[in-house]
Design a protein around this ligand. Structure first.
Ligand code: DQA
Length: 137
């Protein structure tokens, strides 16, 4: 089983970015834990702060991988382009968020990804990625 986690803008700063919301663990550290927990999964990882690079990666993996776990971060709430590419591909996409976006500012309640995602997991901290991974197994 081949899965990719795609993280959007400023998720490269996890560990030092607003730790009261996003926790104090780096994503690289968490990813190592996930890979140890799910040795049967070929788990790839991509992070970019650039919308077009995220779209390119979704196109590149979206017809051959078994699943995409997508945290498009702020682009979730703004990007029709990412919403369109999620609709265009055949690989199922699970949308994840670390925080509960519905308990935060109103602009975070809108998602251009959710209508075309297989499911949405949010508000469980980094464990949201683990739950998304389990949903593919
Ligand atoms: C986020 C929530 C978004 O609203 C925010 O812009 C992020 C992270 C989350 O994982 O909780 O950057 O996607």
């Amino acid at each position: 089983m081949q899965i990719i986690i795609i993280n959007g803008p400023t998720l490269n700063l996890l560990g030092k970015r607003e730790p009261e919301i996003y926790g104090s663990q780096t994503f690289e550290d968490y990813l190592n834990q996930l890979r140890l927990k799910f040795p049967e999964v070929k788990l790839d990882y991509f992070q970019s702060n650039i919308e077009g690079e995220i779209i390119d990666k979704i196109q590149e993996t979206g017809f051959s991988y078994d699943g995409i776990i997508l945290n498009a971060a702020a682009y979730t709430h703004t990007s029709i382009g990412i919403g369109d590419v999620v609709k265009a591909i055949t690989t199922p996409v699970i949308e994840v968020h670390i925080s509960n976006t519905f308990s935060r500012e109103e602009f975070r309640h809108q998602s251009y990804i959710s209508p075309n995602a297989k499911g949405v997991i949010l508000g469980f901290g980094l464990q949201s990625y683990d739950l998304a991974l389990q949903s593919f197994l």
